[in-house]
Design a protein around this ligand. Structure first.
Ligand SMILES: Nc1ncnc2c1ncn2[C@@H]1O[C@H](COP(=O)(O)OP(=O)(O)OP(=O)(O)O)[C@@H](O)[C@H]1O
Ligand SMILES: O=P(O)(O)O[C@H]1[C@H](OP(=O)(O)O)[C@@H](OP(=O)(O)O)[C@@H](O)[C@@H](O)[C@@H]1OP(=O)(O)O
Ligand SMILES: [Mg+2]
Ligand SMILES: [Mg+2]
Length: 369
């Protein structure tokens, strides 16, 4: 009898496809009965397949509609992950709200998010009252985190003098000294892996010298090795000497976030407060991050795909751990406001070339009841 194969269709932006769909992944998965097949996003999804599962990091209202139709016609197929759940990560406020609501028992370590405020317009930006309780330096981050280059453009702000350079809607987040190292925690279903990366240096005023109140940067922890070598600061950093956070602590947070976000494929950035060595702050959560940078990512992802193929739903209740109850890719209604609802308030900047897909998503996504 012919072997029953499990077909995963993937819809990824070209850059993500290039980094993630490596021959080594495709062949390992194939050897274990999993076929990874590219979805042509220029053609109707329903004309392609059949797919047992859809893996996607692809946006736009048209894609979203196609997924809804696909679900109706293929009720047994999995969609990883649900667009509504992914959408929550597209707004830096709703993204971290989940962390604030998470409860984990741990006697030695604590976690949270840095102090932050959201600014929707210039008027509020210059209103000192709005800043009450927030200390300089702060990091100004675009409120929208939709994967566009613009959404990664940050600025370290040292005083009130240069605020006119900032473009709301933004989140102003207190800069927390953390020894210049960031921890990236990758989640693939139940699997959790924490790695170290370079980050911004402590006391940025002192280290970065003569800055004029504001310093712009983008994707610090995702620089190419060449960029790192050229930077004096990175040569000074002692990445190897930095102690990792306790694995059980990080795993508890990861599993908690996975359940509350209803997502299987994400990572989050954690920094350790230099002042309180047992205090950890989550500053960012990303959907479908750069897994290829994770050591042995082929096996981790293939194991996960095989679990899906064997109907081992990683969010289903596990008798040993009492973990999980949700169905993968389910459109479970979340109790708090989603990013889509929030982003409807945001004026889309017209000068953002090449982001029409994301723009379409923001403008047309209907608000759910
Ligand atoms: N509150 C903070 N205190 C100190 N450093 C911070 C803080 N927030 C961000 N950083 C630094 O700025 C970098 C970029 O911030 P953040 O991770 O929020 O941006 P991003 O563009 O969403 O990143 P990614 O590429 O991971 O998606 C972090 O990796 C970290 O080095
Ligand atoms: O570029 P890579 O593949 O490494 O992945 C990066 C990913 O870019 P891509 O999805 O466009 O590829 C980013 O996603 P967007 O916010 O831009 O959507 C974000 O998740 C980064 O944090 C990832 O880097 P990592 O955190 O894993 O180091
Ligand atoms: Mg980040
Ligand atoms: Mg991010």
């Amino acid at each position: 009898m012919a072997e029953r194969r499990f077909c995963i269709g993937y819809a990824l932006a070209p850059k993500k496809q290039q980094s993630f769909i490596q021959d080594s992944l495709v062949s390992l998965a194939a050897s274990r009965g999993i076929d990874l097949v590219r979805i042509d996003t220029d053609r109707p999804l329903l004309d392609q397949g059949p797919f047992d599962c859809i893996l996607h990091k692809y946006y736009g209202e048209s894609w979203r509609k196609q997924l809804v139709e696909f679900r109706v016609k293929n009720p047994n197929a999995l969609i990883l992950d649900s667009p509504d759940s992914i959408g929550r990560l597209h707004n830096r406020i709703s993204m971290l709200q989940v962390v604030s609501e998470l409860k984990i028992d741990n006697a030695n370590e604590s976690f949270g998010i840095p102090k932050q405020i959201v600014i929707y317009d210039k008027e509020t930006l210059f209103d000192r009252q709005a800043w009450e309780g927030l200390k300089f330096p702060v990091i100004a981050k675009p409120l929208v985190a939709d994967g566009s280059a613009k959404s990664h453009k940050m600025a370290l702000v040292f005083n009130h003098d240069c605020l006119n350079k900032l473009k709301p809607p933004i989140v102003l987040q207190e800069f927390v000294n953390h020894g210049g190292i960031i921890f990236k925690v990758y989640v693939v279903g139940q699997y959790v892996k924490c790695v170290k990366r370079k980050s911004l240096p402590d006391e940025p005023e002192a280290k970065l010298g003569n800055v004029e109140g504001l310093l712009s940067f983008s994707q610090v922890s995702n620089l190419t090795p060449r960029e790192k070598i050229n930077d004096k600061f990175y040569k000074m950093m002692q990445l190897d000497d930095t102690e990792m956070p306790p694995l059980s602590f990080v795993t508890d947070i990861a599993r908690g976030l996975r359940r509350s976000l209803n997502l299987n494929l994400f990572n989050f950035d954690v920094i350790r407060d230099s002042k309180i060595g047992t205090r950890y702050l989550i500053i960012d959560i990303n959907y479908f991050p750069g897994y290829a940078k994770m050591p042995g990512y082929e096996k981790v992802l293939t194991d996960f795909f095989c679990d899906l193929a064997q109907n081992k739903d990683p969010m289903k209740k596990n008798p040993d751990t009492q973990e999980g109850e949700d169905k993968i890719g389910s459109d479970r209604q979340l109790p708090v406001q989603t990013a889509d609802q929030e982003t409807r308030k945001i004026a889309i900047d017209e000068d953002d070339g090449g982001q029409s897909v994301n723009k379409e998503m923001k403008e047309e996504t209907p608000v759910r009841d």
